[in-house]
Design a protein around this ligand. Sequence first.
Ligand code: DC
Length: 215
Amino acid sequence: MSYPSPIAIDGPAAAGKGTLAKKLGKHLNFASLDTGALYRGVALLVLQAENNPTDPQKSLEAAQKLNIDAIDHTAIRSAEVGQAAADVAVHQDVRTCILELQRNFAASPPAGKDGAILDGRDIGTFVCPDAPVKLFVTASPEIRAHRRWLELSVTDPALKEADILAAVIARDKKDMERAIAPLRPAEDAHLLDTSDLGIENAFEAALKLITSIGS
Ligand code: DC
């Protein structure tokens, strides 16, 4: 059986889309691209250069320098980089720079892979509007904050869940209200609410949908 490609997965922070994308990628032999990591990579470069992520020109310079294979996947996970990523993501020139990387990945997944899965905020609406499978993965802000807290408190035990919840709500607002490519489900996206679903159940539901579209 061949599966439809690319698969677009969008949704707010910590909804479980990254975990789902990786699991589906492994199962389908698809390459998965966490597009949030690209914006986080840009944000980290901006912060390391002691520039302000709200500065469009400095953010663009960082985006032009981004080497997808050299992203520090530990450093980009901090809450500070997450907030800065939401700031760099509002700049049109940064998005244009990142857009090409994403579309190339979708059109030509790495050798040996049968397709591509991209997860982010605007994959189904803008990066890959013709994707044959689009999922919009959500969960309540409280559940998402709890998941983020479980993840981050391993390295930062002083972190308060209430502060993470406030940050999650602030980031949702920034992602949904920005003028360019705001976070919203594509009209033809299938909604998957993971508030009460474990990863296995979310995976099964997504796989069922993909299989029904495959040939
Ligand atoms: O999914 P994440 O938390 O790693 O994403 C970090 C930020 O990147 C998020 O606040 C918005 C931005 N982003 C985006 O604008 N478009 C994408 N396709 C992916 C992420």
